[in-house]
Ligand binder design. Structure first.
Ligand SMILES: [Zn+2]
Length: 220
């Protein structure tokens, strides 16, 4: 059965399997809590409309939703910046590029719940990032890159001899190794304290720091 037109909206065929991205999967509990009317899958076709529209916006715009979520994280690298208010404001701004009010509103909902889930997940994972804040976003990006890989599980991250060290599980190491290489190289030129451009400083300690923090190193 092809997608149907109801009113002037395209309703996706519900018999098509829904392949949830890891982000959409993580957003399900948040959707259930904040938008139970959309989350619920009812028997009657008409009651499923909201759910179908929501799944449809992920199916058709999943990459853009993910890009908007990651962009928020890039602009708000520090945990304290990632407030519910900032997330709501960000998701309200998203979706402007879509045609039609209806799609825009579902797109905003998808970014809202996806972002809340993402930030919550990263807040938990940061408990296992045993390095300073400047590298946290680099480690998050590593986790993002690996999240679709079979058997991937983040164990911990830390600083070793001034460099970034990652510990993780993965069934097929290929994709994760490449992501690890990128993260380690990025950390090698990033101040561990603040995220500004930095380099390895060899003093009593080895640390990757920017000029400012290398200068204040002994004041810690
Ligand atoms: Zn710095």
């Amino acid at each position: 059965m092809p997608d149907r037109i109801v009113g002037d909206q395209i309703v996706p065929d519900r018999r098509k399997p829904v392949h949830m991205s890891p982000l959409q999967e993580a957003a399900e509990p948040v959707l259930k809590e904040l938008y139970p009317g959309i989350w619920r899958r009812a028997e009657a076709d008409i009651d499923q409309l909201w759910r179908l529209m929501y799944d449809g916006v992920w199916r058709d715009h999943g990459d853009e939703i993910a890009a908007d979520i990651y962009a928020f994280a890039d602009f708000h690298p520090v945990a304290e910046q990632r407030t519910d208010e900032a997330i709501k404001a960000w998701s309200d701004d998203c979706g402007e590029k879509l045609e039609g009010e209806y799609s825009q509103s579902y797109y905003r909902v998808a970014v809202h719940v996806g972002l809340l889930a993402y930030v919550k997940q990263m807040r938990e994972l940061r408990q296992r990032m045993h390095c300073e804040h400047g590298w946290h976003r680099i480690i998050e990006k590593f986790i993002d890159a690996c999240s679709g890989q079979p058997g991937f599980g983040f164990v911990s991250a830390g600083e070793k001899w001034g460099g970034l060290s990652l510990v993780y599980r993965c069934d097929q190491a290929g994709g994760c190794r490449e992501a690890e290489r990128v993260a380690v190289e990025r950390a090698a030129v990033t101040c561990e304290k603040c995220g500004s451009p930095g380099e390895l400083r060899r003093t009593a300690w080895q640390k990757t720091l920017c000029d400012l923090h290398a200068g204040s190193r002994h004041d810690d």
